[in-house]
Design a protein around this ligand. Structure first.
Ligand SMILES: *Cc1c(COP(=O)(O)O)cnc(C)c1O
Length: 396
């Protein structure tokens, strides 16, 4: 068999990205102002179900493009007046950027476990903690009783491109009066039980980093329907400048996406559907091929909702089998790139002291995950090589 290198997850780039980039160069619109930024924001807002007509050329259209997904989350939090003395409910099993964005806003994450059925935040645990560990103070502010901090928002993470248990989260958000800021980093291109994905949270944040469903090189976007807050997010992420002079009415950020990045993003959007279909097919093939192997299981993909199937792989359940690091090393010897997955936030140095609930499932599962090659351009032959290698390693 061929020993060509098979990468884990690489961008799928063709001539159309190049043509758009060429246009940036020809027009000299390479920076944060330009036609592709406007087009990208409009199209992503429309497919998220959050588009509205901007009230001026400084106003938002329901989508605001940023330089990274982390910036999108930070701006959604800061624009919602979340900051010092606040806690944001967040799963511990996530990429560290979710927690970092909360710290960038000067708030702290309050960490929860994830459910084995979806790897998204355990809504039963959240409901229980809100009931027993918070109270409304004399001003009606929801407080975490032990620390006295305000519980300011909930940040579900759409792990693997799978929306969290949003009915439950929306119910908790309404009961306790806290906004939902969703980390949908890899979830563009999926809906939630027939509803557009931007319907499920006050603000939904995507990442367009190189390994996400679509990429803009680097980038992110906040989508949301609250015109007032969205206009404010656009303002503060664009240095809070009050045009036309150099007047700035608060400490702003230089966080906007460039036209060059948006040019790539627009070309990628044309192929979003085919990318998601390719990801889903790759995942189904692995799951079907591995279904009979004893001691491993598939990633959870709940049947009641869709997923972009951002990553594919399997979970090692049997401690007698080779473990993920060994499996990845052996695949590496065959020039197949495989990796272990996120280490929970509460086990990371900067978050050792953040408030948290027990996270037994996160602590257990993260050590057992193997992610396998799942680029959208992975060929059936390449996938067959990966499958063959995995089967060999597990039966040795
Ligand atoms: C990629 C990712 C982010 C951050 O996006 P960047 O564009 O890299 O800043 C945030 N959350 C999750 C779950 C991610 O996977």
């Amino acid at each position: 068999m061929s020993d060509e290198f098979i990468p884990l997850a690489i961008p799928n780039i063709t001539e159309s990205e190049g043509a758009n980039l060429q246009r940036c160069i020809e027009t000299t619109f390479v920076s944060t102002v330009g036609e592709f930024v406007i087009e990208f924001e409009e199209r992503v807002a429309k497919l998220s179900g959050t588009y509205f007509e901007p009230d001026s050329n400084l106003g938002s259209c329901g989508g605001i493009a940023m330089g990274a997904g982390t910036m999108a989350l930070h701006m959604a939090l800061h624009g919602s007046d979340i900051g010092q003395g606040d806690l944001v409910i967040c799963p511990s099993f996530t990429f560290i950027a979710s927690a970092n964005s909360i710290r960038h806003a000067n708030a702290r994450p309050w960490l929860f476990d994830v459910s084995p059925e979806s790897w998204t935040i355990d809504t039963k645990q959240v409901a229980e903690a809100l009931k027993t560990k918070t109270h409304h103070d004399a001003e009606g502010v929801l407080r975490h009783t032990e620390s006295g901090d305000r519980v300011a928002a909930i940040m579900p993470v759409y792990t693997l491109g799978t929306p969290a248990d949003m009915e439950e989260i929306i119910a908790l958000s309404e009961e306790y009066g806290i906004p939902i800021i969703a980390d949908a980093a890899a979830a563009i291109g999926v809906d939630y039980k027939g509803k557009p994905i931007g319907d499920m949270a006050d603000f939904t944040c995507y990442s367009f980093n190189g390994n996400k469903t679509i990429t803009s090189g680097g980038g992110g976007m906040v989508v949301g329907r609250n015109r007032k807050v969205m206009n404010r997010i656009k303002h503060i992420s664009t240095t809070a400048r009050v045009w036309p002079n150099y007047d700035h009415d608060e400490v702003g950020y230089n966080y906007r996406m460039t036209n060059i990045e948006a040019a790539v993003g627009c070309a990628q959007l044309d192929r979003l559907e085919s990318f998601v279909e390719a990801k889903q097919k790759i995942r189904r093939t692995y799951d079907a091929e591995f279904a009979d192997i004893k001691g491993i299981s598939a990633f959870p993909y709940p049947e009641d909702r869709g997923s972009t199937c951002w990553f594919s792989g399997f979970v090692v359940d049997d401690p007698e089998l080779p473990q993920p690091e060994e499996i990845c090393a052996k695949l590496g010897e065959q020039r197949i790139q495989a990796r272990i997955f996120w280490k929970p936030v509460h086990m990371q140095v900067p978050y050792a002291d953040t408030p948290m609930e027990n996270c037994p499932y996160s602590e257990d599962v993260y050590k057992r995950i193997v992610t396998l090659p799942c680029s959208t351009q992975l060929t059936p032959e390449q996938q067959a090589r990966v499958i063959h290698a995995v089967k060999e390693i597990l039966s040795a």
